[in-house]
Design a protein around this ligand. Structure first.
Ligand SMILES: Cc1ncc(COP(=O)(O)O)c(C=O)c1O
Length: 416
């Protein structure tokens, strides 16, 4: 570590030009060149998101008694997401800082419910497909829950009989995704939730990726496998707004089937000298920025706007998927159920998919590389529409150039 002594202050303009200079090597996500990490519904929605964030960045959602504005906005946002998930009047939720916080809280909630109901006779466990998001492992690690990962079927969806076999008397949680991140397919939620209902345990649907897009695709007439509160046995759903809600980073929603189940998420203590402390999430002090940004973008895009951006993202994803599917040197892992897709090369010994990814990255694109199996992953959003032809041309050219080259796997997330 290089210890740094803070220098005397400089003018605001100089600060901002230094700040902008740091961006030189960042991926150009606003231009539709990035297929992971960042989302764009165009410059206008982005401007609304950023301005709303700026206006409320200093407000603190730790105690909304001081900021009724944040309480109001948060409730509007949660209610809207509950509508997308076909919740009834009993459904209750909170905003979180995003998918990871939601999933960690899902694990905590299941532990708290099991304790509340006096069910545990040993180490609690959760049963989930190998495709469910890594943040659930984080939750299991934080709250000492055994993670029972069950292999997926040949279609990359959860294997129901294997999941059923993995459940025992200490299973507190069972999980499915809509869609799962790695191959972009929706798990058979009806069957997963039925197992949970049989055992009267929590069933979480991770719709962090699909929770905004799937309802609009359904409204547009697409056949979508059931995944929301209309499915018996589903007890909670997570939906991220900082993904396909196109709002600023730090905004997700975690919904529970009712207030009793929601109470397992919250934390209360008066065991210190500062009085009663209650909190719905992991953070204490929480910027009002993400809340205001989420509220503002929902208001700005509205129902018609979300329908349009869902259509655009879906059409772009399908266009890429059919190009890859028809390509003799590439293999599409699965037909995308929403807007995420994943592919490898037809002959991995001849064409290393990571070498392909590296070449595309050299050309100014950015995407995730994942294993197993070695694949390129694309998260396609509304900001890609104008770039798809250019991307596919580069893809076709790059695959011709990689014979004999090898690349490295990269990493989905980093610790530095
Ligand atoms: C299905 C799914 N769940 C949860 C998450 C975690 O979300 P975040 O990175 O916003 O914390 C992701 C992230 O991509 C995801 O794809």
């Amino acid at each position: 570590m290089a210890i740094r002594k803070l220098q005397n202050g400089i003018g605001a303009q100089d600060v901002f030009s230094e700040l902008e200079s740091f961006r030189a090597n960042d991926v150009q996500w606003r231009d539709g060149r990035c297929f992971t990490l960042a989302y764009s519904a165009g410059p206008e929605a982005l401007a609304v998101a950023e301005e709303a964030y700026r206006r409320f960045s200093g407000e603190n959602a730790l105690n909304t008694a001081a900021f009724p504005s944040l309480k109001l906005m948060q409730q509007d946002v949660v209610d809207t997401v509950a509508g997308w998930c076909h919740g009834d009047d009993d459904v209750a939720g909170f905003m979180t800082s995003g998918g990871t916080e939601s999933l960690v809280l899902v694990v905590r909630s299941a532990v708290m419910r099991a304790k509340r109901e006096g069910r545990l006779t040993g180490t609690p466990n959760m049963v989930l497909p190998t495709s469910a998001h890594a943040a659930l492992e984080k939750g299991a690690d934080y709250f000492s829950v055994e993670s029972r990962r069950v292999g997926v079927g040949p279609d990359w969806r959860a294997n129901i009989s294997a999941m059923r076999a993995a459940v025992d008397e200490n299973t507190i949680l069972i999980v499915g995704s809509a869609p799962q991140y790695p191959q972009g397919v929706v798990d058979p939620i009806v069957h997963i939730a039925a197992i949970a209902a049989e055992h009267d345990i929590n069933c979480h649907v991770d719709a962090c990726m699909g929770g905004v897009t799937l309802p609009y695709l359904e409204a547009l007439g697409e056949e979508i496998a059931p995944w929301d509160f209309r499915v018996d046995g589903v007890t909670s759903i997570s939906v991220d707004l900082h993904k396909y809600g196109y709002t600023s980073k730090g905004a997700g929603v975690l919904l529970h089937k009712n207030k009793k189940l929601r109470s397992d998420q919250t934390f209360m203590t008066d065991n210190w000298l500062g009085g009663m402390y209650g909190s719905s999430g992991i953070l204490g002090t929480k910027s009002g920025g993400p809340i205001a940004s989420a509220w503002a973008v929902l208001r700005f895009l509205g129902d018609d706007g979300y329908r349009k951006v869902a259509r655009s993202a879906r059409d772009s994803a399908l266009k890429i998927a059919s190009h890859i599917d028809a390509h003799p040197l590439l293999t599409l892992r699965a037909q995308p159920d929403s807007t995420l897709l994943c592919f490898g090369t037809a002959d991995p010994k001849r064409h290393d998919v990571f070498a392909l990814a590296e070449l595309l990255i050299e050309r100014g694109w950015f995407m995730d590389r994942q294993t197993p199996p070695a694949s390129i992953h694309l998260t396609v959003h509304a900001g890609h529409e104008a770039r798809i032809d250019e991307f596919l041309t580069d893809l076709d050219e790059c695959i011709q150039e990689i014979e004999g080259r090898t690349g490295s796997a990269g990493s989905y997330a980093t610790t530095d």
